[in-house]
Design a protein around this ligand. Sequence first.
Ligand code: ACO
Length: 323
Amino acid sequence: MAFRSRITGTGSHLPEKILSNAELAKTVDTTDEWIVERTGIRQRHIAREGETTAILAYQAGEKALEAAGIEASELDLVIVATTTPDNTFPSTATKVQAMLGMDSGAAFDVQAVCSGFIYALSIADNFVRAGQAKNILVIGAEVFSRILDWEDRTTCVLFGDGAGAVVLQAEECEEGDKIGILSTHLHSDGKLRDLLYTDGGPGTNSTVGHVRMLGREVFRHAVTNLASVVVEALEANNLEKSDIDWLVPHQANKRILDSTAKKLGMNPDQVVITVDRHANTSAASVPLALDTAVRDGRIQKGQLVLMEAMGGGLTWGAALVRW
Ligand code: ACO
């Protein structure tokens, strides 16, 4: 007997306030044309004052629980992937745990920037495989708008706020059964941490700092690393590129998405794209895109779904799921 994780519910939440490229161009030296052409982004959601990562995470988590048809009291674990926690400590996950009214289980945050959700999903899947948890809420949530330098046009146009969540449930099966999360693959290369970082934090000064990025270099590594981790995930499961039904990629830049899809020989219609409406929501982007494609009926039971992401660190990873 073995345990495998199934994603039994998804949910997401976006702040009400929308900031279009045209509005942004009133205060930043940029244009709608430049942003759309270089990134595919048309707008982003921005959290209002007081709207924190925990609040967005809780809303997304509630919807995922409702979709899965389970109560928060049945959860063994809450994992929140975020780079923009409400406080340095305690973890945002413990805040979400309290908001959900849970008085048992455990909660913790995961920090892998834009790859955070894939990292959190991998950790959750391993808890299930080890038989240590049956029901897990995995959330990716960010208020990236709070760590942007709104005078730096090379970064501030790229990001947005939001949250996405999934409920993972353990299913008992035979060893070797190919169900639910088939495998997860994580990587990082800390030598490349200066390509994308914040110039703040307890180790540097007393502010949270702002995002700094060498965009071209990040772009180059994203294209190479994402293609290689996708091949790794397929080979680990003896699957072919043509077996993938849906690619749910981290939504950083439409040009990165197009290039990954091309390398996989996939039809553009098989790639779930939300970057035009959400921009890059870091750890929230994959579960936000996943929830969109589940709720609009694109992702169906039995299909093969490939999620992948890359972010600061550099970190990158993939998860292959038989839905
Ligand atoms: N509006 C107008 N002009 C701009 C803007 C802007 N917002 N930003 C930069 N420019 C200018 C630059 O100053 C430069 O002008 P110059 O030629 O006179 O010097 C010109 O546009 C070209 O700048 P580049 O940085 O070379 O533009 P590039 O084509 O590389 O696009 C971008 C920049 C969109 C950031 C791209 O490199 C990219 O997407 N990189 C990936 C980074 C990313 O997505 N990071 C997110 C986190 S990591 C991840 O999620 C994968």
